[in-house]
Design a protein around this ligand. Sequence first.
Ligand SMILES: [Zn+2]
Ligand SMILES: [Zn+2]
Length: 257
Amino acid sequence: MEKINLNPVLDNWWLATLVVLVFTTGRYLLLSGIAFVLCYKPGLKQLKKFKIQPAMPAKKQMKYELLFSFSTICIFSVIGIIVFLLYINGYTTIYTSISEHGWGYFFLSLVIMIILHDTYFYWTHRLLHTRWFFKKIHTVHHRSANPTPLAAYSFHPFEALIESLIVFLFVTVWPVHIFAFLSFTFLVLVMNVIGHLGFEFMPRKFRDSTPGKCLTSSTHHNLHHQKSNKNFGYYFTFWDKLMKTLQNEIPRSRLKN
Ligand SMILES: [Zn+2]
Ligand SMILES: [Zn+2]
């Protein structure tokens, strides 16, 4: 029997772990951190009119959001390391040269990942709102009734695991360029930061337009944290409309923007 060569794993293990940890932690600190400092720093009174819920969140809630976000970072890092190990051992469909499939395929693969992830997120999110899962798991995320960007990764470890499993589909079934995959994971965090921002900067005129109504917004997910049985979508409102779980926005007169 041919001996399995473990050298690629042994050579790259620590470096891969370090890179994945720095990348996963760094992008959370950067995006959530910048959004938090810009929106919640005392003195930025001019942003008050963009605040979705008038009250400022309690410090205790922010500490809780940070704690669970760091727990999620650990889980996402483990998933990242597993993807890396699969890649260096030739078990993934990740490629590194654009010329292999061209730019058209690069963007198409990104769009496919977004559409599939939107569907996956909607239905797993609905599952997490069933009685048992909500009480035992998803309640961690919903402790932020008035979320801040620090809640972008504030999940129970089981929820973090469930939400990350779809990446194995994306790196093993059809070809995916490494940067298309990394762009997708980056977009997931960007959408999470927007959804938990607590402020709405998207102009009301755009939100009321036809394309605007197809996209989720800060208000869309903020309402989910307030009501919890509406607005389950991630990027689009398609599934919420189809399944009649879409919650209309707060009347224009109360938003004043
Ligand atoms: Zn949320
Ligand atoms: Zn929820």
